[in-house]
Design a protein around this ligand. Structure first.
Ligand code: C5P
Length: 310
């Protein structure tokens, strides 16, 4: 029996999450300049919402954005959502004519993969809008071409990432973890942080990156105290050397009783693990009172990956 493709929908809405790296272990750069990683991602409930709407033939990709710090988001073809729409259109042989509206809920340029979430949501939205018939694996392949963190924004929940961070294995977790993020108005450049990391390693990179067993156990047990003690980021010293004021943000969270605190990904966002939602709010209030953050964000993880909204 032949299956007919569903009629294209005029407009679709997709939500995709930001992330925190619970653990990030980084090896020596390869010939392509990328660093091999062993990382454990957790998706959090700070989300990007992308609405994709059909536009007349020849209109191209039209991008609009709303939300906190949206003035910092480029609206040209360098935007990852724009690139995602063009890449998908090329791959399936349709014209890249679509209006994309990004409602931002993930801090911009903070090491929390907000741009990657936009790209993942755009892939899912345009896939539905254009009824491409691609498989989930096809979409994961396109996601990896767009950026190292994009496949995880498709998958969500908690996962171990290897390769550039794009090869994913879901991790078992129990319960909900309460997070609070301190963000800065001026971001850090990811390549610059990796560059400083290489300078600091001075040729003595860790030759064997291994998965964090204590951290994986803490996740399986749903034990926030053990998870807090196991948080780790190889890029933290590099981020701190570029932004020494982040040290105080880490200290203030520790003094406020955070179970663990670390720079998120390549920074400059700082993530603190709290005992409860109430405790997360208390840490956020202390960060604000001490002037140790430009903005604070309370949330929880794990959260689902990119999905269509009804
Ligand atoms: O893959 P993505 O475009 O997100 O990476 C941004 C930059 O981060 C890369 O150009 C590279 O400098 C650095 N990077 C890296 N190794 C990784 C991931 C990112 O060196 N595994």
């Amino acid at each position: 029996m032949t299956q007919l493709a569903a009629a294209p929908t005029p407009s679709v809405r997709v939500r995709a999450p930001g992330k925190v790296n619970l653990s990030l272990r980084v090896g020596a750069p390869q010939d392509d300049g990328y660093h091999p990683l062993v990382t454990i991602f957790q998706a959090v409930a700070l989300v990007e919402e992308v609405t994709a709407r059909q536009v007349p033939e020849g209109a191209g990709v039209q991008l609009t954005v709303e939300g906190p710090q949206s003035e910092r988001v480029p609206l040209d073809e360098t935007n990852l959502a724009h690139r995602a729409a063009v890449l998908l259109a090329e791959r399936v042989g349709v014209a890249a004519d679509v209006a994309l509206h990004l409602a931002k809920g993930v801090p911009v340029a903070g090491g929390m993969a907000g741009g990657s979430a936009d790209a993942a949501a755009t892939l899912v939205a345009c896939d539905a809008l254009w009824a491409t018939g691609l498989s989930r694996d096809d979409l994961l392949g396109l996601a990896a071409e767009l950026g190292s963190d994009v496949p995880f924004a498709l998958l969500g929940h908690t996962a171990v990432g290897t390769g550039r961070g794009h090869l994913l294995t879901p991790a078992m977790t129990r319960g909900e973890f309460h997070w609070v993020f301190a963000t800065r108005d001026d971001g850090l450049s990811t390549p610059e942080v990796y560059g400083r990391f290489d300078e600091q390693a001075d040729g003595a990179h860790d030759p064997e990156l291994s998965e964090d067993t204590a951290l994986m156990q803490a996740l399986r047990a749903g034990d926030p105290h053990a998870l807090g003690a196991a948080l780790h980021n190889d890029l933290q010293d590099a981020a701190l050397s570029l932004r020494p004021d982040l040290e105080r943000t880490l200290d203030v969270a520790r003094e406020a009783g955070a179970l663990g605190v670390l720079v998120s990904g390549s920074g400059p966002s700082v993530a603190a693990l709290a005992r409860s939602r109430q405790h997360a709010l208390a840490i956020a209030a202390t960060w604000t009172a001490e002037g140790a953050a430009d903005a604070v964000w309370c949330t929880s993880g794990p959260a689902p990956g990119a999905r269509l909204l009804a």
